[in-house]
Design a protein around this ligand. Structure first.
Ligand SMILES: *Cc1c(COP(=O)(O)O)cnc(C)c1O
Length: 361
């Protein structure tokens, strides 16, 4: 049996060391005689885990003191509702930058609460797909905030620029890109991400929000989505997903051990460069995204002959290269290569791609 590499888009791979540690301490966590799942979120032991997770996340992202970190539930989609409910602030509109599937989903949800504007930034030029640079985004001056998605998980498109809009509240859906590279948190007002792509198990959603945006919004915001309520209660207004919180904390410690985001960024760059190079060097595989907008996390590619898709997937998975099937709206293949995917996984995939091309190309 070959080593198994899981290219799933999410829930996705978690570092092997972390899974091993969780297994080791599962039955008798910190000598309390049971697992961490079985104790109160208000116990001293769990509060310690929660505080450490926040501290480690703050260290990794260098989050300034003027930002709060909230650990919520409801996933990124929960935030598609929470954001307009908390932040519209009597304004009837907000700007949603449309770069692909997920940013459009956020826009559709916002229509329940206001009349948002969708700003389409996908371009096709010389048969290459790219995104308009930020200085060409046509922001509406009445917008309560600007929402965008720096990594479109399904489309395989990424925005690497950091926002520079003066006097605008900037919100980023970082679900599939958080902790993959160095960012300057100060350039944003709210960053959110579901854990199941680049952090840990599904169930917990991380919100990094400028403290001054946390204020009374309105009586109709459900309490579990109300930033003020969540913040006042240290993210424990209702029972949090304690196991996801704990495991995310282990991943933060693992990231620190790898050398933090600078080192992870280098590795992610190397991993994605190798894979895109393999695709570009061949006439058998193709990716049509402009290099400046190619995702380092979700590498989408097509076989020139789609009739070979099924056999490609079958043979890959026989070798332990799993879940490479692209999302149905894009088709083809998608290799999601988040932080937990080791370089060896990329090398195995490339080796298989060459082998497959030699036989069927
Ligand atoms: C996966 C994903 C979502 C949806 O996340 P849920 O936690 O399932 O709500 C939203 N945005 C992006 C960019 C994603 O990758």
């Amino acid at each position: 049996m070959n080593k198994v590499y899981n290219f799933s888009a999410g829930p996705a791979m978690i570092p092997k060391d972390v899974i091993y540690q969780a297994k080791k301490e599962l039955q008798n966590w910190k000598k309390i005689g049971c697992s961490i799942m079985e104790i109160s979120h208000r116990s001293e032991e769990f509060i310690q885990v929660a505080l450490e997770a926040e501290k480690d996340l703050r260290d990794l992202l260098k989050i300034p003191d003027s930002f709060k970190v909230l650990f919520c539930q409801g996933g990124a989609r929960g935030q598609f509702s929470a954001i307009p409910m908390n932040l519209l602030n009597n304004s009837g509109t907000a700007d949603y930058i449309n770069s692909g599937y997920w940013s459009n989903c956020a826009f559709i949800e916002a229509k329940k609460y206001c009349t948002p504007r969708s700003i389409f930034i996908k371009k096709n030029y010389n048969e290459k797909e790219s995104l308009l640079p930020m200085n060409q985004w046509n922001i509406n001056k009445n917008a309560a905030y600007v929402h965008y998605c720096p990594n479109e998980t399904i489309d395989g498109l990424s925005i690497y620029e950091e926002p520079v809009f003066k006097d605008k509240i900037i919100i980023g859906d970082f679900s599939s890109v958080i902790l993959s590279r160095v960012i300057n948190v100060k350039n944003y007002d709210l960053i959110y991400a579901g854990a199941q792509k680049n952090i840990g198990p599904a169930g917990i959603t991380i919100i990094i929000i400028r403290e001054k945006l946390i204020r009374y919004s309105s009586n109709i915001v459900p309490s579990i989505l109300d930033y003020q309520k969540i913040s006042e209660n240290n993210s424990m207004f209702n029972t949090p997903p304690t196991f996801s919180w704990y495991l995310s904390g282990l991943v933060f410690k693992w990231l620190k051990k790898q050398g933090g985001l600078k080192e992870i960024e280098k590795l992610n760059q190397k991993k994605s460069d190798l894979l895109y190079k393999k695709i570009d060097d061949s006439d058998f595989y193709i990716n049509k995204i402009d290099s400046k907008n190619r995702s380092q996390m979700n590498v989408v590619f097509h076989l020139i002959d789609p009739k070979l898709n099924e056999i490609f997937l079958k043979e890959a998975s026989e070798l332990g290269l799993n879940y490479l099937k692209g999302h149905s709206i894009v088709g083809g293949m998608r290799a999601s290569i988040y932080n937990a995917m080791p370089l060896e996984g990329i090398k195995s995939l490339i080796k298989f791609m060459s082998y497959f091309e030699n036989r069927y190309g």
